[in-house]
Structure formats: C-alpha cells, structure tokens
Design a protein around this ligand. Structure first.
Ligand SMILES: Cc1cc2nc3c(=O)[nH]c(=O)nc-3n(C[C@H](O)[C@H](O)[C@H](O)COP(=O)(O)O)c2cc1C
Length: 114
C-alpha cells in the first residue's frame, strides 16, 4: 500500500485554496469548499489526478509561513495535481444508508439501498 503522503511533494502543481479572513470558521469553510470541490471535478474532467487534503493544518502556522501567506490570509486546503500514473477508474462511494437519515439523526430511511 502506498500513501499519498509519500508522494505529496512529487505533484507538479499544488493549488492552495485560501481566504482572506481574520478568523477562520465553519462559515468561511462553507464559502471555500464548494469552490475546492469544483476544482477537483474540473481536474478530473481534464484527466488530471487530484484530491482534497487538509493535513497541513495540523501545522497551520508553520505551513502558512512556509507558503508565504500574508497576515489575515488562511489556507483551507491543498490540492496536489498531476497526471495519474496508474489506475484512474471510477471512484468508490459508501452506502448512502450509512450517512443519510430520515427525520432524525440515526433513523434509517428504508427507501435507501443497503
Ligand atoms: C476534508 C478532507 C481532508 C483530507 N486531507 C487529507 C490529507 O491531508 N492527506 C491525505 O493523504 N488525505 C487526505 N484526505 C483523503 C484524500 O482526499 C483521499 O480521499 C485519500 O488520499 C484516498 O484517496 P482515494 O480516495 O483516491 O483512494 C482528506 C479527505 C478529506 C475529505
């Protein structure tokens, strides 16, 4: 098994998605992650491999200093992008019944498969 972390630095392009906002919050995340998802879809439509990563935020201050971000600008995701080396087939999807509920959290929706 090979992990993304081992090849992260080899990606020829990274998109660092940033917002200029003094205090990052879930509301700011709601503003930027739809754009990030659109970038992932656009990359895939072009045959480019990419994925959403946020692990650098575990070292947010160091990472943002290394990226040279000015004060008040914060990163929300890094998308490493490159031409895929191997299998680039259909992506998997979990069972909807594991995370879609009816009326209240945890209540199964019988109409869903599996
Ligand atoms: C919010 C979010 C953040 C993620 N951050 C990372 C990350 O920092 N590093 C990483 O290797 N995978 C991260 N992942 C997982 C990758 O996006 C991806 O699912 C994983 O590398 C497996 O790739 P695959 O789904 O193509 O097999 C994250 C996923 C999500 C939803």
């Amino acid at each position: 098994m090979e992990y993304l972390t081992e090849h992260y630095a080899e990606a020829p392009v990274w998109i660092v998605a940033c917002l200029e906002e003094p205090k990052p919050s879930r509301m700011s995340g709601a503003s930027i992650y739809p754009a990030v998802q659109n970038m992932l879809l656009a990359a895939r439509a072009l045959g480019l491999g990419s994925t959403l990563t946020t692990r650098h935020l575990l070292f947010e201050a160091e990472a943002e200093a290394a990226l040279g971000l000015p004060p008040g600008v914060h990163s929300y995701a890094i998308l490493p992008i490159g031409w895929p080396m191997g299998n680039f087939g259909p992506v998997g999807r979990g069972k909807l019944s594991e995370f879609v509920f009816l009326d209240e959290w945890g209540k199964p929706w019988d109409a869903l498969e599996g």
